[in-house]
Design a binder for this molecule. Structure first.
Ligand SMILES: NC(=O)c1ccc[n+]([C@@H]2O[C@H](COP(=O)([O-])OP(=O)(O)OC[C@H]3O[C@@H](n4cnc5c(N)ncnc54)[C@H](OP(=O)(O)O)[C@@H]3O)[C@@H](O)[C@H]2O)c1
Length: 289
């Protein structure tokens, strides 16, 4: 039987999620705090609910895609009784402890709860490249996997509801730091008249080639053996010293590159200069060992 789905929250992401369910022929009920966001979805076949309780009561699978942790409570708390016996999936981005708190709240009301993280933009939903991470109720994940796969590839990270969110924010950390590096480089080359767009095209190719080695770097970190360097810390230190100097000369602030140099300097000062550069991981997470 085709699962009927309720989507709470019709921002850019909620609308994309609901549209994917409607496209696949799932009976879909939608609700949004402010009116007028459901017109296209209703035209495509979704049912519009006037209240949260009406929306929750309509279907077995309830997907919340709101703004933040607080808005999830504001919307779901009054509907707790109605959620019992249904599968609740939260696709609102929340901190891992926020996801765990929601799981505890759900458990205290006898509600089955799966937390999720959307690793895609709204236009990517339902398209190749869209990926969603889940943790919490294994039962919801297994029972509704086929429906969840309509949004993007679905991966399960265990019963702890905070795990999907942690992996989400770890991936986003990598993305934000990489983009900040691009902005830094863009500011450097602007000083010689290269546009940010032109630099972007060049950086995309270079960074794509570089990121291919991340699993190898990860294996080295996991082994804890940095004794055979691909690139020793002294080499990386010399490169960063030069980049910092070139940046200063180009009039670029060191807010982005400075902390990277500090991490490397710390490892060299601690006597690890001959070891592999992946060792800066140990500066970030000293308690891990
Ligand atoms: N957009 C992306 O690229 C993207 C990617 C990954 C994950 N996400 C996550 O998906 C979630 C939704 O993102 P979005 O892009 O759809 O955001 P958005 O366009 O800003 O929409 C936010 C939604 O939350 C609702 N909302 C906010 N506060 C509320 C409250 N107190 N009570 C009830 N409803 C409330 C808004 O309702 P109104 O229309 O009434 O304001 C709207 O439906 C966020 O957690 C975001 O981090 C988004």
């Amino acid at each position: 039987m085709t699962t009927s789905v309720t989507v709470l929250g019709l921002g850019a992401m909620g609308r994309a999620l609901a549209a994917a369910f409607v496209r696949a022929g799932h009976p879909t009920t939608v609700w949004n705090r402010s009116v007028g966001q459901d017109a296209e979805l209703v035209a495509a076949g979704a049912k519009s609910a006037r209240t949260v309780t009406e929306a929750v009561a309509a279907d077995d699978l309830v997907v919340a895609c709101l703004f933040d942790h607080r808005s999830v409570h504001e919307v779901l708390d009054p509907a707790a009784d109605l959620l019992v016996g249904r599968a609740l999936v939260n696709l609102t981005s929340t901190e891992p402890r926020g996801s765990r708190e929601l799981a505890q709240w759900a458990a205290s009301h006898g509600i089955d709860f799966l937390d999720g993280a959307v690793m895609a933009t709204p236009p990517m939903i339902g398209q190749p490249g869209s990926s969603l991470l889940y943790s919490g109720s294994r039962e919801i994940f297994d029972n509704h996997r086929e429906t969840l796969e309509l949004l993007g590839t679905a991966e399960y990270f265990g019963e702890d509801a905070g795990h999907a969110a942690l992996v989400d924010f770890a991936l986003l950390s990598g993305m934000y730091v990489m983009f900040a590096g691009f902005y830094h480089g863009g500011a450097m080359v602007r000083s010689i008249g290269i546009s940010a767009e032109e630099f972007g095209k060049r950086a995309a190719g270079f960074l794509t080639a570089m990121t291919g080695s991340l699993p190898i770097a990860g294996a080295k970190i996991d082994s804890g053996d940095y004794s055979i360097p691909f690139q020793p810390l002294t080499f990386t230190k010399a490169a960063l010293d030069t980049i910092v100097s070139a940046s200063r000369n180009a009039g670029v602030d060191l807010d982005v590159i400075g902390p990277i140099k500090n991490l490397v300097d710390r490892q060299v000062a601690d006597g690890y200069g001959a070891q592999s550069s992946e060792r800066i991981f140990e500066s970030l997470s000293p308690q891990a060992r």
